[in-house]
Design a protein around this ligand. Structure first.
Ligand SMILES: Cc1ncc(C[n+]2csc(CCOP(=O)(O)OP(=O)(O)O)c2C)c(N)n1
Length: 563
């Protein structure tokens, strides 16, 4: 069967099990859009290419499948770069198809030509320029395989217009063979035994869980390990939901805005199992003082991330799920005999004391809406069953601290890149993945204005995404740093001109609410969440509220302020 390049692409997407893609057309990709209606693929037309790539990323995070984004050449392609870098930093599987000028024009500064393969090289797991129609099908197969296997990530495929229009016989390969790429999933047995031995000897063990636990669906085994061996768990921003937020063994997030308990536990632990986490500077604080008393075990599918930021004692190259399940098989037989693992009673008592004397907290003020209280209200109303996306800044940290995530893939946030404008389009993607779930973007008034145009997308496709703006009139997180470290020099962080968000919602055909009275928070949120339409809830919160606790940049985890 002879097909054009455009048809090969669409046919291959169907074979990859793609049901939805997010995109924006243009001259270079018209051939694809021309054939699109003949395929069982839902295409979501966003209002900006950045919206399309974040939506594909949000879909991937919520669903655990590869997200797909299709854009045109030149400005269409460059508009996706922030989203590609966002997915890359958080190891999210997305495949991005970009149009390109016809092959004879490449390198000639043709209209809407950019070297997107060159531009995206440092922020993709891999990228391709298809120069021969005969390579098209195999390239697409490889792109999906690379995006989802090993350490997942974004893969870009650049498609010149003449290739999309030319024809060849279609054959989609069944398998992929790449000599230089063979991720190691299964752990070395000796290392597994060594880790069991370390757990057996430890008096103060701790699990430090990252996004890899969620990416590899290792949460059940992680919870089994924690519960069976009574090992407390702390998680990174990306790891939230790997164990229920209300589980007594969960200490909350660690790092810059981590809990007092988690940061002290890291500093006192004698054994740390870092599972699918990468020792980001927001987590470690001052690296030279990080976890000084612990034997560090680092389990990661990506060998290059081990020993990168912190020297570890036991490097384990393995999939998180495979490792934890091997650990489970090794530990289970011990539990039957008298060979039981020690219960670390004193360690758990110490942790309990930290948690009860220094919990996350905030001060209520009469007549003032505290942003933390809004997040608590959202948690109460949704009973932890919603998918929460966030923007970036204080809103993101309050969501991470005060919404007790019950399940993996329910907290969707830009961790590594910290991309303002991410949360709303990501919520659109998550809502496409789960049309019947309640999807809420917890936003700041600054961030939401970065991709507010996607209101049209949400309304157009009838997506009942809820946006709750914690409106403090500031670029709050930057204002907090100015207050604490720059002598209250609030230069360029006050957003004194803001749109009327209720009218803005209405202008897009959505529904808007405004909350200024603390007593109206819960009832208004309930009313908003019950609607089946796109909703903005603009909540006027305390403009000077800070995120606490805080480890100042470059300080040790125990040097927390605002505790
Ligand atoms: C695209 C982008 N530009 C700039 C920043 C730097 N930045 C980090 S947090 C923040 C303030 C965010 O303000 P807002 O969205 O109002 O949220 P708040 O902190 O007030 O909750 C800024 C400007 C960023 N993270 N991303």
């Amino acid at each position: 069967m002879e097909l054009t390049g455009a048809q090969i692409l669409l046919e291959s997407l169907v074979r990859e099990g793609v049901d939805v893609m997010f995109g924006y057309p243009g001259g270079a990709v018209i051939d694809i859009y021309h054939h699109l209606p003949q395929y069982p693929l839902t295409h979501i037309l966003t209002r900006h290419e950045q919206g399309a790539i974040h939506a594909a990323d949000g879909y991937a995070r919520a669903k655990g499948k590869v997200g797909v984004c299709l854009v045109t050449s030149g400005p269409g392609a460059t508009n996706t770069v922030t989203g590609i870098a966002t997915a890359y930093m958080d190891s999210i599987p997305v495949v991005i198809f970009t149009g390109q000028v016809p092959t004879p024009l490449i390198g000639n500064d043709a209209f809407q030509e950019v070297d997107i393969v060159g531009i995206s090289r440092p922020c993709t797991k891999h990228n391709y320029l298809v120069k021969d129609i005969k390579e098209m099908a195999a390239t697409i197969k490889e792109a999906f395989y690379l995006a989802r296997s090993g350490r997942p990530g974004p893969v870009l495929v650049d498609l010149p217009k003449d290739i999309l229009a030319s024809k060849t016989t279609y054959h989609y390969p069944e398998t992929v063979h790449m000599r230089s790429y063979n991720p190691t999933y299964e752990p070395n047995k000796k290392q597994v035994r060594r880790v069991v031995d370390l757990i057996r000897k430890a008096k103060k063990p701790l699990i430090y869980a990252g996004g890899g636990v969620i990416a590899s669906n290792a949460h059940d085994d992680l919870q089994w390990l924690a519960t069976t061996c009574q090992i407390p768990v702390t998680a990174t921003l990306m790891g939230l939901g790997c164990i229920p937020g209300e589980d007594p063994l969960f200490l909350g997030m660690l790092g810059m805005h981590g809990t007092y308990t988690a940061n002290h536990a890291v500093s006192e632990a004698d054994l740390i199992l870092a599972v699918g986490a990468r020792f980001d500077d927001r987590v470690t604080g001052k690296v030279t003082t990080f976890a000084k008393k612990a034997t560090l075990v680092h389990i990661d599918i990506d060998p290059t991330s081990i020993q990168k930021n912190v020297a570890v004692h036991v490097p384990v190259v393995s999939g998180c799920r495979e490792f934890l399940s091997a650990l489970r098989s090794e530990i289970e037989p011990c539990l039957k005999g008298d060979d039981c693992l020690p219960p670390h009673k004193e360690w758990l008592e110490q942790i309990h004391e930290w948690a009860t004397t220094k919990p996350l907290h905030y001060e209520s003020k009469p007549g003032v809406i505290k942003p933390q209280a809004v997040v608590e209200s959202i948690y109460k109303i949704t009973r932890g069953e919603a998918i929460i996306t966030t923007e970036v800044g204080q809103n993101q940290m309050w969501a991470a601290q005060f919404y007790k995530f019950k399940y993996p893939r329910t907290f969707i946030s830009s961790g590594g890149l910290g991309t303002m404008g991410y949360g709303f389009p990501a919520a659109i993607g998550a809502q496409m993945a789960f049309p019947d779930k309640l999807v809420i973007d917890i936003a700041g008034d600054g961030s939401i204005q970065m991709n507010i145009q996607e209101m049209a997308t949400a309304v157009c496709y009838g997506l009942p995404v809820k946006i709750v703006i914690l409106n403090n009139g500031y670029l709050g997180m930057v204002r907090q740093w100015q207050e604490l470290f720059y002598q209250e020099n609030y230069c360029s962080t006050c957003l004194d001109v803001a749109p009327d968000f209720v009218k803005l919602a209405e202008a897009y055909g959505a529904t808007g609410f405004q909350i200024t009275d603390p007593d109206a928070v819960e009832s208004t949120l309930r009313e908003a969440f019950a609607l089946k339409s796109t909703v903005i809830v603009d909540v006027s919160v305390d403009p000077m509220e800070n995120v606490s606790p805080m480890v100042p940049a470059g300080k040790s985890l125990t040097d927390m302020i605002l505790v």
